[in-house]
Design a protein around this ligand. Structure first.
Ligand code: FAD
Length: 310
């Protein structure tokens, strides 16, 4: 029995650390794979300790800026925020602006892991894993669910009803040398392309929904407003990256779970990471899911039923 990992993003590489025999297949090349640029905070330092990469404990303060003022969460702005990032009304992180403790990984976490597992990664290999797979192999897929389903032709679902809605996001990072604080401001106003900006130590990370109307309004003006909200003046731009798979919107949860179950039962494909399971989870959750997948792969059906894992 072999184990293949599809994707050398953060989820795939976290899985690689727990499955030392697994081969990793990545469809992009080493040169163009994009490292994670959006905000990355952890609820604990469990992953850092397991990887032997120190995470930093920080205190995060949050606020909401709407119509020229800092305000408390209320249904209007929280629903506006959700519509802005997801196109639907759901409970999102904006509802909770309590000060909290978080852990921050080194900025180059993805690069560190790519270097660590480089010998096990087969680059430019979109289909290679599928062609090599035999009936007894197990696959941990971190690729988007709608793509993985294409490999599973016996699994039928209503494509009209279960639509994989996604929004592109653009992440701009600025250097703020004098800063050593961790703060997030949400921007729910629909007239403003930016939905969240965070001071992350000496970086300002500005995330915006990538749509034409935002650029029509004048990007640079919005950015200056954001610096003003943090009480700092505009600084040097480090980089600006657009991510096709940014924000995702869920469809029916029972159907979603059923598709994940069918892929593992019928094809030995275990889905891992937010795009594979089509849910906005954090890497702390991915880490827990790796443990569950380990048990699913290693135990027989009787043991799984006994432990309520099926
Ligand atoms: C705006 C934003 C903010 C976030 N904030 C946080 C946060 O604060 N804390 C946190 O823990 N998480 C956060 N996340 C989530 C975290 O960043 C993501 O979960 C993580 O980066 C996604 O990594 P991934 O490996 O699951 O997916 P990806 O990075 O998409 O990696 C999947 C990889 O699979 C490859 N692939 C796809 N299909 C195939 C195929 N058929 N064959 C081979 N390779 C394939 C792709 O090329 C890609 O490299 C955030 C995400 C976003 C978008």
């Amino acid at each position: 029995m072999t184990i293949s990992i599809i994707g050398a993003g953060l989820s795939g590489l976290l899985a690689a650390s727990q499955f030392p025999e697994a081969q990793i297949y990545e469809k992009q090349s080493r040169e163009i794979i994009k490292s994670h640029r959006a905000l990355l905070r952890f609820r604990s330092d469990k992953i850092g300790r397991a990887l032997g990469i120190p995470f930093k404990e920080v205190t995060v303060h949050k606020a909401i800026w709407s119509e020229g003022n800092f305000i408390k969460p209320n249904p209007k702005v929280c629903n506006q925020y959700s519509l802005k990032v997801a196109g639907t009304i759901e409970d999102r992180s904006i509802w909770n602006i309590d000060t909290c403790k978080r852990w921050i990984a080194p900025e180059n976490l993805h690069e560190l892991l790519l270097e660590r597992f480089n010998d096990r990664i087969e680059w430019n290999s979109n289909m290679a894993w599928f062609e090599k797979q035999s009936a007894t192999d197990n696959v941990i897929s971190t690729g988007p669910m709608y793509n993985t389903l294409n490999f599973c032709d016996t699994i039928k679902y209503d494509k009209e009803k279960y639509v994989f809605n996604k929004q592109k996001i653009t992440v701009r990072r600025y250097r703020v040398p004098e800063s050593n604080v961790y703060q997030t401001i949400y921007f729910p106003d629909p007239s403003f392309g930016v939905y969240r900006a965070s001071l992350n130590g000496n970086r300002l990370i500005v995330e915006s929904i990538d749509n034409d109307s935002f650029f029509a309004r004048g990007d640079e003006d919005s950015i200056i407003d954001i610096f003003n909200c943090f009480g700092i003046s505009m600084t040097e731009l480090i980089d600006c990256i657009t991510q096709n798979l940014g924000k995702i919107t869920y469809f029916n949860d029972i159907e979603r779970k059923h598709l994940i179950y069918e892929m593992s039962r019928d094809y030995g494909i275990y889905s891992l990471g937010r795009f594979a399971i089509w849910k906005n989870i954090l890497l702390d959750d991915v880490w827990n899911d790796i443990e569950v997948i380990k048990q699913l792969i290693n135990k027989n059906e009787y043991e799984l039923l006994k432990n309520n894992l099926l």
